[in-house]
Design a protein around this ligand. Structure first.
Ligand code: ADP
Ligand code: MG
Length: 346
């Protein structure tokens, strides 16, 4: 009742504080904002001059006086001040001041420390939240993917983000196994940059590398036939613009394979370490993939081949965590204090 009352007067907010993208979910409205987790600031005064999409445009092509930074790089808070600036910017952007300040649920990478969690909470309070709850990213992803987290059966979620890949086994509203590696979609881009330089002496930037990944990137041979693409960059020796013709096969085998293998190993380790009952459950339940990295063609197949389990891609993997924070806001009114305590990360 109280919850409904507050709901009428305020816009409760869910935030997916990702290494690559921040998404904001407003209760009863859904995802209202999705912007890159990037902050641009003046080098000397440290004053923030742009956040989100505007700041990302400056990455790699900033004038000498401005630097563009990723506050959540590698799944830890790289810089408290710019993280706070980013959080404040996003909360203020969506919070159309109602009578009561919003309750804010924030999904954070599971690798962040207690001090970092405190900093995220304080930042959100300073940005106008009346209450802040933190959800571990795998828990938020599981709720977002519609997994029955309150059952005793175990479910495995693998969230492949920009800077990290997190694996977790969830049952009875708790996390029973969790690990993350500082490898994700960004690392794939870096491998493509290194490959183009090594194989063709071609220098390309992060944006071109990501585009190659989207267009021809794959983890397994493509049923539909291999693809090709022209890539433009700068010749490392001549210093002049150059175009190179590449195939999806070479990108997969020469550039992406190593990172894909690390993700597969993370999943295999989780299966190796989890409780035997949970292994048995996973035979029925399979593995759910979330995060932008879940969209790499054939990754589900590669993980399935390596583990013998069914692998399912979550609906809308890029929005899974944000949707989870939204569903959690809806659930809050129905949960006991103990249940909430089990779900949130303290
Ligand atoms: P985070 O939660 O860390 O912010 P996201 O879940 O938003 O990360 O995923 C971002 C990553 O997903 C980026 O590395 C991006 O390049 C990658 N990505 C997004 N769409 C695709 C796609 N269609 N194919 C491959 N990778 C993708
Ligand atoms: Mg994420």
């Amino acid at each position: 009742m109280i919850g409904n009352f507050f709901g009428f007067l305020s816009n409760d907010i869910g935030i997916d504080l990702g290494t690559a993208n921040t998404l904001v979910f407003v209760r009863d409205r859904g995802i209202v904002l999705r912007e890159p987790s990037v902050v641009a600031r003046y080098k000397t005064s440290k004053k923030v001059c742009a956040v989100g999409a505007d700041a990302k445009r400056m990455l790699g092509r900033t004038p000498g006086t401005i630097e563009a930074l990723r506050p959540m790089k590698d799944g830890v808070i790289a810089d408290f001040e710019i993280s706070e600036a980013m959080l404040r910017y996003f909360i203020e952007k969506v919070d159309k001041r109602k009578l009561v300040p919003p309750r804010v649920v924030i999904a954070v990478p599971s690798g962040i420390t207690a001090v970092e969690k405190r900093a995220v909470k304080d930042s959100a309070i300073r940005a106008g939240a009346r209450e802040v709850l933190l959800l571990g990213e795998p828990m938020a992803a599981s709720i977002g993917a519609g997994l029955p987290i309150d059952e005793e059966y175990a479910n495995m979620i693998v969230d492949i983000g920009g800077g990290t890949t997190e694996v977790a086994i969830i049952s009875i509203s708790g996390v029973s196994y969790q690990r993350s590696i500082r490898v994700g979609g960004d690392e794939l881009d870096e491998s493509i940059i290194a490959y183009m330089k090594r194989a063709y002496g071609l220098l390309i930037g992060e944006r071109t590398a990501e585009e190659i990944k989207f267009t021809v990137g794959s983890a397994a041979p493509l049923d539909t036939g291999e693809m090709t693409m022209d890539v433009r960059g700068r010749d490392a020796t001549a210093g002049l613009p150059k175009t190179i013709h590449i195939t999806s096969q070479e990108i997969r085998e020469e550039a992406l394979k190593e990172v894909v293998t690390q993700i597969v190993e993370l999943v295999k380790n989780a299966l190796d370490r989890c409780q035997p009952e949970h292994s048995a459950d996973l035979i029925d339940r399979g593995i759910v993939l979330a995060g932008g990295g879940a969209l790499i063609r054939g990754l589900d197949q590669v993980i399935s081949d390596a583990t013998g389990l069914t692998v399912i891609q979550a609906d809308d993997p890029l929005c899974c965590v944000a949707n989870g924070t939204g569903k959690f806001l809806d659930l809050l009114g129905t949960l006991s204090r103990e249940q909430v305590d089990r779900l949130v990360t303290q």
